[in-house]
Design a protein around this ligand. Sequence first.
Ligand code: ADP
Length: 497
Amino acid sequence: MGRYILALDQGTTSSRAILFDHTGSIHSMGQHDFPQYYPQAGWVEHDPMEIWDSQRRAVMDAIANAMPGDIAGIGVTNQRETTILWNRHTGQPVYRAIVWQCRRTAELCEELKRKGLSERIQSTTGLLIDAYFSATKIRWILDHVPGVRQQAEEGNLLFGTVETWLIWLLTGRHVTDYSNASRTMLFDIHKLCWDEELCALLNIPVSLLPQPVGNSQVYGYVQSGIPGLEKLAGVPVCGAAGDQQAALFGQTCFTPGEAKNTYGTGCFTLMNVGARPVRSRAGLVSSVAWQVNGETTYALEGSVFNGGSTIQWLRDELQIIDSAPAINDLAATVPDTGGVVIVPAFTGLGAPYWDMYARGAILGITRGTNRGHLARAVLECIAFQVTDLMLAMRQDAGCDITTLRADGGASVSDLLMQMQADLLQIPVDRPVMVETTAFGAAALAGLACGMWQDLEQLRSLRRSQCAFLPQRVQADCDRDYRLWKRAVGRAADWIEH
Ligand code: ADP
């Protein structure tokens, strides 16, 4: 039995590969960036071959010192929703990958809403109609790339999100795990199968779609002859999940009511809601978190467009700090924001407001407002937005949330973590091993190939680096939160439309 699990972590700007040992510690890793393409305003593309090449090279670096036989299994996690169509015989993509951020199908989404499909789509897929999700991206390629629709109808093309693409290249199998399938806007999250009626409504041939499979089972074995990956020939690929669900798993949020937030450029909050999906009334989306040993677990998800990016704005546009970490010392120079509230609605507001016409605002400034107050208000607005999501989740799920587990670049800020614990009045827990997304993929694979026995064992591998406990009086925190809500009201519906 091999000593390591290899996780492939295929992100939006880089591909990483990490070898984990049986204690869940990192043994080695590799990382390669790849180009982003912006052919028009609002369009974002990747080259599927560059994704593969960067991922392959990252794996080569990570396994450079491993012996054949050292690796027991492979797990894959990925940027979700990004859409690839390729020829099943030649392996050639018919178009670049349309990236989740790409807004080119926004108008098509508006049309679907006008046709009254919102309820139909939410009830089976758990999603709100949006250009993020894969369905309208597939449709765009079918409609706009010459010859592609015909090739699809002749059964020569395959669709995949990025995990499907990588697993196909590695093993020759055409599968998608339930968590990634949940983000296509074509998948029935209740019955765990493609919604064929919806595919027909969207004019997408079902023959394109991969086989939906559980998150922790053998999908196939690495083929021989892949340049640089010869050592991996015959190793099972046996775990997969989209990046946010993988992070929820990697944070060992196995019990309903356990939640994690990733404090990255944006913020992504996911909560385990148990064996049945929850229908959101507060603008959140539902998806399969994972299916392990035949048991399906669902999640509620909310995202904030501008989290850590607000810190970057303070650094790059206002030039109040010269590096992101410097925000913490500056914010610590003042005891509070002095009544200043920043609403970072740079591109509108996501859940739970869904106001595309909101724009950013700085409220409550006085003659005494200084850089420290602004820095503190930036950290606070990240915590306020995550609080919005957590309260929406509590309302939708009807259960208490006991702790919040934190990860992502901005989670290193002690001040931000403390603000979050105070606002939510629950502990915020930051793990020692912050590569929770990659670890989630490794954990899913390791369960399938026998590296780890069960969820309890995985839970024991997660170690808390710091648990931030609520320190401020709740009434004071509630007052601050009310001020935030008032500020959001001022920023709402700002631009003319
Ligand atoms: P992503 O994966 O979304 O690109 P990361 O998880 O790498 O993002 O997080 C990057 C964010 O973390 C940046 O927006 C930056 O503002 C923030 N960040 C990095 N270091 C610190 C720090 N020491 N204190 C606060 N925020 C930080």
